[in-house]
Write a new protein. Structure first.
Length: 415
């Protein structure tokens, strides 16, 4: 009888503790909601950083500038980074045979939902039937499970397609094709005047930033790019160019533009880089004119629909770096990575209006240093990569539609 009474007391005590914990969590949510409402809050998707994701890489591997992310149909997260090419000399101990640590990981990495590394491959291979980019940029996994990669190095005038295991499938464009007449292929020139090829070239590209493949028409949309000033559309099986366009649907013109002035009339051509060209479920193409601080929307045939500006006074690297769509059937929301102001904007897709933002500059989880690319999994979780000295992959867990402040800052998990 005494044991029964003790068990009952333990059960009641445990229930009371659980009730207190539930109350504390509920109270924290209520307090946060009240604070948000008092500060002019909005209803929008809310996220929390997962500070323990992904798990550490094996083999003492490090990430270099991490400049592409995508989530495939299995909810596996793929990134491409610049490996040892962008590591500091004192980070290359293994490669220089001077220390136990460290070395750059292979350029292409695949993670599962738990953050475990599944596959790794990529990089230049002597005698390979493809030309690896001098500077990897952007990764996309299409509906057939193929992996697409661009590049924005000096001679990178091409894109590559592989299987998930790294088997080469196709190269579109020729490395070194986009260069100054008479110059050595690979010269990284800032002035595009007199370049061979150009933004109306039907074969090669000009330092591609990103690729998106449309399943319905089996077409690849190329953000072309860091040298060219266009969106190019290819047959995804043959690589044959089908059409292309510039800002406002104009014919691309490579004449150098005056330096960006937020007070001046908008340029009638894209600035470099054209950093994304992603298609929504209702078949609009959203194009990142990064240094122009603007997002332009088109039909698939290049007809201009509308545009909006973000942090318009941002100069130098610009504010419109990459976009991703929410996973509801209508893709009501859109997310925009701003690598200069170190934020992610949560927007209404139909109006392009910013509802809220999260992030801040820094190196701790939930902060950013040059947030470069963004992607969404089937559960609505966000993944971001960072370039320059940021060099990492982060996960932001989707917590549903809630009342949030207009500026959330670092979205640390709520205890």
């Amino acid at each position: 009888m005494r044991n029964l009474k003790r068990s009952r007391n333990l059960f009641v005590g445990a229930g009371f503790v659980a009730l207190l914990a539930t109350f504390a969590i509920g109270q924290a949510v209520l307090e946060r909601t009240a604070e948000a409402q008092a500060g002019g809050a909005v209803q929008a998707p809310r996220f929390e950083v997962d500070p323990m994701w992904p798990r550490p890489l094996p083999n003492h591997w490090l990430l270099g500038q991490t400049i592409g992310v995508w989530v495939d149909a299995d909810d596996h997260v793929w990134i491409v980074h610049r490996s040892s090419a962008t590591l500091a000399d004192n980070e290359k101990g293994i490669e220089k045979n001077t220390a136990e640590c460290c070395a750059g990981a292979p350029p292409v990495l695949e993670f599962d939902q738990a953050g475990n590394l599944l596959r790794h491959w990529g990089g230049p291979v002597p005698g390979a039937p493809y030309e690896w980019p001098d500077s990897n940029h952007g990764i996309f996994i299409d509906y057939k499970g193929n992996v697409w990669i661009g590049g924005n190095g000096g001679p990178d005038s091409h894109i590559l397609k592989f299987t998930k295991d790294g088997k080469f499938l196709m190269q579109a464009g020729k490395k070194g094709a986009r260069r100054k007449a008479g110059a050595v292929a690979g010269a990284n020139e800032g002035d595009v005047t007199g370049f061979v090829g150009g933004s109306n070239d039907q074969v090669s590209f000009g330092r591609v930033a990103k690729i998106f493949v449309d399943q319905k028409d089996n077409e690849a949309y190329i953000s072309d790019g860091y040298l060219n000033k266009r969106v190019a559309v290819l047959d995804a099986d043959t690589g044959k160019m089908k059409r292309w366009w510039g800002a406002y649907g104009n014919k691309p013109d490579d004449t150098p533009l005056a330096a960006y002035d937020p007070a001046a009339p908008p340029a009638q051509q894209f600035r470099n880089p054209v950093h994304c060209a992603d298609m929504s479920v209702d078949r609009f193409v959203y194009v990142c004119d990064r240094v122009g601080d603007r997002l332009q929307v088109f039909t698939p045939d290049g007809k201009f629909v509308k545009e909006n500006f973000y942090e318009k006074n941002t100069k130098n690297a610009g504010s419109v770096w990459d976009i991703a769509f929410s996973k509801d059937p209508q893709q009501k929301y859109m997310y925009l990575a701003d690598g200069k102001n170190e934020k992610v904007y949560v927007m209404l897709r139909d109006t392009l209006e910013v509802l809220t933002s999260f992030g801040d500059g820094g190196r701790q989880p939930g902060q950013f240093f040059a947030v470069h690319s963004i992607a969404v999994d089937s559960k609505g979780n966000l993944y971001t990569t960072e370039t320059y000295q940021g060099r990492r992959l982060q996960k932001f867990v989707y917590k549903g539609i809630q009342m949030v402040p207009r500026e959330q800052g670092v979205v640390w998990p709520i205890k």
